[in-house]
Design a protein around this ligand. Structure first.
Ligand SMILES: O=C(O)CCC(=O)C(=O)O
Ligand SMILES: [Fe+2]
Length: 202
């Protein structure tokens, strides 16, 4: 499928953000949304904070090449093998953008009450300069950005269904991002494609 995409690229003081509103056609985005929502092995992970265990406010699932592992709040997860839809999107990202990708963390926000707090994707297993390519499906939600040192530098990007957002090299070191709650809204799935460079030692 060759759809003309109008990218909008924001060069920030540290790192770049590229947004492609038409990465998937609306029809394809809708089919993928229904299929992934129903077929991925979603789970509600738990995190430990100050000695207490909390369920995260969303579902997630980790897919990728065999042997890829990542740690999340003290637990090690192993990637589930690519599904045909995930493998197809990954191939398009590799063909179109030459991105190294060996795994995807998929997030399922069941309603506007599901969210993600402030963080940077800077875990050691993502290497020195992580590049993360996020494909959005379902309702539009806003991804907020704030600079780690310059408080006034904050903005949001609306992630429409079928869009692709690439967080480029350098961004995770200087910026944090979050997906705040939103009232009265439907479900969203995000696919955050990544390259895990350290695959664990055992
Ligand atoms: O759902 C999104 O677009 C953001 C997800 C995210 O930041 C992450 O998975 O690290
Ligand atoms: Fe993130």
């Amino acid at each position: 499928m060759n759809r003309k995409s109008t990218p909008s690229i924001e060069y920030l003081s540290d790192g770049a953000l590229s947004y492609f509103p038409d990465f998937l056609t609306p029809e394809q985005a809708s089919i993928y949304f229904d299929e992934l929502r129903q077929s991925l092995r979603w789970a509600q992970s738990e995190i430990r904070l100050y000695g207490k265990t909390h369920k995260i406010p969303r579902l997630n699932a980790w897919y990728g090449e065999s042997g890829i592992r990542y740690r999340y709040s003290g637990t090690e997860f192993e990637a589930i093998p690519w599904t045909p839809v995930l493998a197809d999107i990954r191939a398009r990202l590799i063909d179109g953008f030459a991105l190294p990708i060996n795994s995807v963390l998929a997030n399922y926000y069941r309603s506007g009450q599901d969210c993600m707090g402030w963080h940077a994707d800077n875990e050691p297993e993502l290497g020195a300069e992580p590049v993360i390519a996020t494909v959005s499906l379902g309702v539009t939600r806003t991804l907020r950005f704030r600079h780690k040192r310059r408080e006034q530098a904050a903005f949001g990007v609306d992630l429409a269904p079928g869009s692709l957002l690439i967080m480029g090299p350098g961004l995770q070191q200087a910026w944090q991002h979050s997906l705040p709650k939103r009232v009265n809204t439907g479900a969203r799935v995000s696919l955050t494609f990544r390259q895990v460079v350290h695959t664990g030692t055992n």
